[in-house]
Design a protein around this ligand. Structure first.
Ligand code: MN
Length: 203
């Protein structure tokens, strides 16, 4: 089963100016697609050919770094597209209570999330995650993922330069601030929390 490039869940103009249509055309249409193509090529004809993407990630972790990088990046980008939304939202209900319990307030979470993303050295991902009913901010380096980590990832932001360079050049703080202020998909976070286990890549 070949993994497919999932469509963006919004118009390509919907996240501008935080993330432009031009950035999405490369990031989704070129970068994400390349990770999927390389994953598909690597598993074709092997005993992972019909596995889920999550199972490919788990099988490759620690044993096949090339496949792991491409499979994990395929998953991370699918999760990232859904972590963003055209319209501003906010946590409510159980999720709002957990945000307050872990961080003090939504505003304090937003500031800490930006700080961790800005401070992350080089390429990687910053995540809001849940484990045993407690929320935390986690970071993974390069292509590493929370897909098979024991955490339930709720949201992520890609902090690789390709995610923001066309729009913000080297100014990762401007990208983080703009995304966090306007485009975090708290409805997606609530769905992930309610499910109680990690999101799975469609297909
Ligand atoms: Mn990326």
């Amino acid at each position: 089963m070949a993994f497919e490039l999932i469509p963006l869940p919004y118009d390509s103009e919907a996240l501008a100016p935080a993330i432009s249509a031009e950035t999405l055309s490369y990031h989704h249409g070129k970068h994400h697609k390349a990770y999927l193509d390389k994953t598909n090529a690597a598993i074709e004809g092997t005993d992972l050919a019909d596995a889920s993407l999550e199972d490919v990630i788990a099988a490759a972790r620690g044993s096949n770094q090339g496949l792991f990088n491409n499979a994990a990046q395929s998953w991370n980008h699918g999760f990232y597209w859904h972590s963003l939304a055209a319209d501003k939202s906010a946590p409510s209900g159980d999720l709002a209570g957990l945000v307050d319990a872990a961080f003090g307030s939504l505003g304090e979470f937003e500031a800490k999330f930006a700080e961790r993303g800005v401070g992350h050295f080089a390429s990687g991902w910053v995540w809001l995650a849940e484990k045993d009913g407690v929320l935390s901010i986690e970071e993974t380096h390069d292509g590493d993922t929370l897909a098979d980590s024991g955490f339930n990832p709720l949201l992520t932001i890609d902090v690789w330069e390709h995610a923001y360079y066309l729009d913000h050049q080297n100014l990762r703080p401007a990208y983080m601030k703009a995304v966090i202020a306007e485009h975090l998909n708290w409805d997606f976070a609530a769905e992930n929390l309610a499910r109680g286990s990690a999101w799975t890549y469609p297909g």
